[in-house]
Design a protein. Structure first.
Lengths: 285, 76
């Protein structure tokens, strides 16, 4: 019995299926998996159990979180073909342009939404709750740019719900972890105040956020933001009726990592995917 | 200040009792971010002066005491 040899990719590599869509080759995939494992170290450090979020989010749930008020342009909808289109499709008609019916569900644009919605009406206690997950997230963008800006990407998050103080400590610990990990991986990151991609940039929420930043990003030397720390005050706790024991609506905060962007930053810092993998292995050892 | 307290209670129907002068209106989200510009409008109406958001900090809106000092006192 012979063992199959390592498969070599055909000349030209793996094709991209369309704008903002990439099939990761074996080296980039190894980087993505290895980096996500290292990023999950924050969850281990903070005793945040790993969960798998839902693959679709209800538009009703998202509306309660003001998602459409803030980001109506980002949502990638799950639609299904209208029944009257099915016979044509089955007979070989081209699918482009055929009518779709909304299902009432969207692909997630961030990992924490699904986790937060799963906690509706729950009491996380005064000690709080942490959860971590990696999910594929989708955002309609006006332009795409390699691994830096994709239509769909992996987002690792470590979410905290609890008291106001607990949320602040979570973000401090998250920022410390990012600095440590960047050092081990040879990444030079800059921390700066950041803005969410609000649709209405002159609106109330965007103006308040400009005065009182609730988001900080860590960026690679080419400006690519690869991690962020975000505090939500008690917004999600209040909207979803999530309590922190006798403290009232829970305060929440999350540390988020765009995993493909970490891959990008590693290749940027170390020159090639192979060298980036070497450095990753050293850092993981 | 009564109008401001009224506005805050109107926006936060679940709120019991008076709001203390040093209570953190921003962290407790008594001024919800969606209503922030409405709150600025109210302060402009009460003070008769326009507020340039480039020239204020979040702490100017953080407590009732600070709002009074910054926007509603004669010297403000």
């Amino acid at each position: 019995m012979s063992t199959p040899g390592t498969t070599v990719l055909p000349d030209g590599g793996l094709r991209s299926p369309g704008p903002g869509l990439i099939t990761l080759d074996p080296d980039h995939t190894a980087l993505l998996r290895g980096l996500d494992e290292l990023l999950a170290g924050l969850a281990v450090r903070l005793s945040a159990p790993e969960v798998v979020g839902p693959p679709l989010l209800s538009v009703d749930g998202l509306a309660r979180l003001d998602f459409f008020r803030n980001f109506p342009h980002l949502g990638v909808s799950a639609g299904r073909f209208e029944p009257e289109a099915l016979d044509g499709l089955a007979a070989g008609e081209a699918p482009a342009g055929l009518p779709l019916r909304p299902t009432g569900y969207l692909l997630p644009s961030a990992t924490c939404y699904g986790l937060l919605l799963s906690l509706e009406g729950r009491d996380v206690g005064a000690e709080g709750l942490r959860l971590s997950a990696t999910g594929r997230c989708f955002r309609n963008e006006t332009r795409f740019d390699g691994l830096r800006r994709l239509w769909g990407f992996h987002m690792r998050e470590v979410l905290h719900l609890g008291t106001k103080q607990g949320a602040l400590e979570h973000l401090e610990q998250g920022a410390e972890f990012v600095r440590e990990l960047a050092g081990r991986l040879g990444l030079d990151l800059t921390r700066a105040v950041a803005d969410d991609p609000f649709y209405d940039r002159g609106g109330s929420r965007a103006r308040l956020m400009a005065l009182d930043p609730v988001k900080h990003e860590f960026s690679a030397p080419d400006g690519t933001a690869i991690a962020s720390v975000n505090r939500h005050r008690n917004f999600f706790g209040e909207r979803l009726g999530i309590r922190a024991g006798s403290e009232g609506p829970a305060y929440s905060a999350c540390v988020a990592f765009g995993v493909e962007r970490w891959v990008h930053a590693m290749v940027l810092a170390h020159g090639t995917p192979a060298r980036a993998l070497d450095r990753l292995r050293e850092a993981g050892a | 200040m009564e109008r401001i307290a009224e506005w805050l209670h109107e926006k936060n129907p679940g709120l019991d009792g008076p709001i203390g002068p040093d209570e953190d209106l921003i962290e407790a989200r008594l001024i919800d971010s969606m209503d922030f510009l409405e709150f600025v409008d109210l302060l402009e109406e009460l003070s008769g002066r326009s507020i340039d958001l480039q020239e204020v900090t979040i702490d100017d809106f953080r407590t009732l005491a600070r709002v009074r000092e910054r926007f509603l006192s004669a010297a403000g």
